[in-house]
Design a protein around this ligand. Structure first.
Ligand code: AKG
Ligand code: FE2
Length: 294
């Protein structure tokens, strides 16, 4: 491994990613094209692709340490949410409807501003070759690191006994690197395409929320694997980590199709318990641009 500018931070793509197997800087190579085709096939069929052993073992140890070092900055919050991240009852729907089914989400997030520019995790997140590879896998013209200073780069932390219950993401896709796996529980489970643009899929969702296992896939994800997931249509959860297990840590890398995107104030507060001036400024710009409140 090449030494970084200060101490032993892996700072090149070759240090971080197994570029022998996944030559991210050579998009015309056969290996690159094969990986992209495989990912596309998974994303098209079940909305999920796993790129095995993507991170080199030495770099994985560094990513893991970076999370452990920043773990005190985790914003833990326990709330009961419906699959749409709402926390309050909707009287227009029956009591046993998915909209009115609230389950525990007790995980936490390490916010983006915990990783300095020089960290390996941020180097990985912002690397242009990774952006291009992900765009190719997702069949998009271009991708940019999500510019939100808190939500762009995060780590999802599930300590013993915690669970991130069934939900849909509000973003189109998510990129995850499992860094630390639980000894028991903490599994990523999903039901591919349980809803579509024309069909909310409430009946099937209700069944899963009440413990049904029909259509549930459990992902075989190992530390160092890269997961690309379309979470708008596929209900998913991270199952409860056993009370006597190690925690589960996952780095979550968020990207947008346009550069310079910043998240909404309300959602930022829900996820991180605070907002930064950048969020407030972005909100003002939005109001100004169309003169509407929302
Ligand atoms: O930790 C993960 O693997 C993903 C968690 C998740 O679904 C989310 O953050 O929306
Ligand atoms: Fe999610």
């Amino acid at each position: 491994m090449t030494a970084g500018p200060n101490n032993n931070i892996p700072d090149s793509l070759d240090d971080l990613i197994d570029t022998d197997r996944y030559p991210l800087s050579s998009p015309d190579s056969t290996l690159y094209r094969q990986s992209v085709e495989q990912a596309r096939a998974g994303l098209r069929s079940v909305g999920c692709a796993v790129i095995k052993d993507f991170i080199r073992p030495e770099a994985l140890a560094v990513l893991s340490q970076e999370i452990w070092d920043r773990k005190p900055t985790t914003h833990f919050s326990t709330e009961t949410i419906n699959p749409y991240f709402h926390v309050t009852e909707n009287v227009d729907f029956p009591a046993d409807h998915p909209v009115n089914t609230f389950l525990e989400r007790s995980s936490g997030f390490i916010p983006g501003d915990s990783w300095e520019e020089t960290t390996s995790t941020r180097t990985l997140f912002e690397h242009p070759d990774l952006c291009r590879f992900l765009a190719d896998c997702l069949e998009l013209p271009e991708l940019f690191p999500y510019a939100d200073p808190l939500a762009g780069l995060t780590a999802n932390i599930l300590d013993p006994d915690q669970i991130f219950t069934w939900h849909f993401d509000t973003n189109e896709f998510a990129v995850t690197v499992l860094v630390e796996e639980a000894d028991e529980g903490g599994l990523f489970e999903y039901v591919p395409n349980i809803r579509s643009n024309g069909d909310e899929g409430f009946e099937a969702i209700a069944s899963v929320l009440s413990g049904g296992r029909t259509g549930v896939h459990t992902l075989d994800l190992r530390p160092g694997d890269l997961q690309i997931f379309r979470g708008r249509y596929s209900l998913h959860q991270v199952s409860r980590v056993a009370s006597d297990s190690k925690p589960r840590h996952a780095a979550i890398l968020a990207y947008t199709e346009q550069p310079g995107v910043i998240g909404r104030v309300e959602r930022t507060r829900q996820l991180f318990g605070r907002v930064l001036p950048a969020h407030v400024d972005a909100e003002r710009q939005r109001v100004r641009s169309d003169q509407l409140i929302d």
